[in-house]
Design a protein around this ligand. Structure first.
Ligand code: PLP
Length: 502
């Protein structure tokens, strides 16, 4: 700010301070009153109009006040206490301040020479995340944009390790055997992107059926692997899910780990959503076997309440990342004695220049501590359980399932004709229309799941602002809106009948 070159981009110290204070004032009022606002504002098409590329610059004052009005008033508020759609959390306020600090200094966390302290902070963050989920702090890893990238980063590492030795040089065509990966039918869509982008192709994915409880059927898994080996294929990895996106179910990780050991396969866990819950002493058993995994994906921007974007991949042996992503792994020295001067994150993943996304995760972990996370994660799970219980206690609601902090339910109007086949089809239509109506009206934000052919409303609570009262109110909102949509549909059906009878 103290140069004398006249550029249209620089700010004076006074300008930056005054605009910064104004912005912080707007943001603090926004956060303070977030619970009073609609969860989403009415969808208005083309709020921005068709302004062309600005030819000349404007004053930052005008830009910041216009941008804050637009963004604060026309967004879907995932920080709202009644937001529980998809798996998107309320973001820690300290994370917003951390991002400001990170952007102000702007270290390039691709290489330690460009980011000495930021590299050290990312390294410590990775150790803490490993410890958090009950692993040794010596795991290696890297922060990435989210779960998809974390899983894909691990996927290529698995392929590099388990493919024929010259895979990096000669690619897939050199392999005399087609390589296969195994995962359950409940696995997130990233696995298809990974199969496509690595050139394996989606036909290399063996989708293993799930049991009644939505866990991967490990007996079929082992049978499929054996049969594939007999047929001359080359199985390379099994992907277990720790908290599936629809229902929050955790695969039986120990069974998968044993199968991987027997057949020398890479064991990857997609824990993007659920694995932070392993910090709860009462849930330790459910995640047993995670210590056996070669790689684990988790998303600080989900259950650790970090602002977007923050995903993380952890690997038991850090060399598996550098062997894959560094062009000169033989010169690479990962020994502790070498300190951080050798730690260049561009050698651990796809990105070259990298932002300082570790800072917000690192600062939030310190504000909250392990005990603070145990409290918040436990409460999120209790709130989801309450929603499930209240649904089952209500005449017109049916709780479908509850796992971790996900509950699914549907609206079932009283006095519905008992004709079974038609009944299910009608309930699917009704609940789909109900979800759309709820999403539009802004009182609550839920998403959906289809469970055994039944269309359900789905709440995933990764939200430290949600309270018991919100859950009780949500029940009333769903029932009120459900009755309205049902009535509308019934009138429609009657009208249709009349037309048909003419
Ligand atoms: C959310 C999620 C993903 C995708 O993560 P993004 O952060 O959205 O990229 C993958 N797998 C599971 C199990 C998830 O919950």
């Amino acid at each position: 700010m103290t140069n004398n070159r006249n550029t249209p981009i620089e700010m004076t110290k006074e300008e930056f301070r005054s605009l910064g204070y104004q912005l912080i004032d707007s943001i603090s009022s926004f956060l303070d009153t977030i619970h009073e606002k609609p969860v989403t504002s009415e969808l208005q098409a083309n709020i921005l109009g068709n302004e062309l590329l600005p030819e000349k610059g404007k004053s930052p004052d005008e830009i910041i006040s216009k941008a804050s009005k637009l963004v604060l008033n026309h967004s879907l508020l995932n920080g709202h206490p009644k937001f529980m759609g998809y798996i998107t959390s309320s973001a820690a306020p300290i994370g917003a301040l951390a991002d400001l600090l990170a952007a102000a200094v702007n270290p390039n966390v691709g290489a330690s020479i460009l980011s000495p302290i930021a590299t050290e902070i990312e390294k410590q963050t990775i150790s803490w995340l490993s410890e958090f989920i009950g692993l040794s702090p010596d795991y290696g890893g890297i922060l990435v944009s989210g779960g998809n990238m974390a899983n894909m980063t691990a996927f290529l590492a698995a392929l590099t390790e388990k493919a024929p030795k010259d895979f990096k040089e000669k690619g897939l065509f050199q392999s005399p055997q087609k390589m296969l990966v195994y995962c359950s039918q409940a696995t997130h869509t990233w696995v298809e992107k990974a199969a496509v982008s690595t050139g394996l192709g989606t036909q290399s994915i063996r989708w293993i059926p799930t049991l009644e409880n939505n866990k991967m059927d490990s007996i079929i898994l082992e049978k499929t692997i054996l049969e594939d080996i007999r047929q001359g294929y080359r199985p390379i990895m099994v992907i277990g899910t720790a908290g599936d996106v629809s229902t929050g179910v955790v695969d039986d990780l120990n069974l998968i780990a044993n199968i991987c050991k027997t057949y020398d396969l890479w064991f990857h866990i997609d824990g993007a959503y659920g694995i932070p819950a392993s910090v709860l002493p009462e849930l330790k058993n459910r995640f047993e076997g995670r210590q056996e995994a070669d790689s684990i994906a988790l998303d600080p921007h989900k259950w650790l309440y970090s602002p977007l974007e923050a995903g993380c991949v952890l690997v038991k042996n850090p060399k598996h990342l550098t062997n894959t992503y560094s062009s000169h792994p033989e010169y690479y020295n990962f020994s502790e004695e070498a300190g951080n001067s050798n730690l260049n994150f561009y050698e651990f993943g796809f990105q070259n220049s990298r932002g300082f996304r570790a800072l917000k995760v690192w600062m939030t972990i310190q504000q909250v501590g392990r005990q603070g996370y145990i409290k918040m994660i436990r409460e999120d799970i209790e709130l989801a359980a309450l929603l499930f219980e209240l649904s089952n206690n209500h005449q017109e609601l049916e709780g479908m399932c509850h796992n971790l902090s996900i509950s699914t339910l549907r609206y079932v109007p009283s006095g519905l004709p008992a004709d079974l086949e038609e009944r299910e089809a009608y309930l699917n239509t009704l609940n789909e229309k109900l979800l759309n109506a709820l999403q539009k009206n802004g009182e609550v934000f839920l998403s959906n799941a289809v469970i055994k052919g039944k269309y359900c409303l789905r709440a995933c609570i990764v939200n430290f602002r949600t309270s018991k009262k919100d859950i009780e109110e949500i029940i009333d909102i769903i029932v009120k809106e459900g009755r309205r949509v049902h009535e509308e549909l019934m009138v429609g059906e009657k009208a249709q009948e009349l037309v048909m009878n003419k």
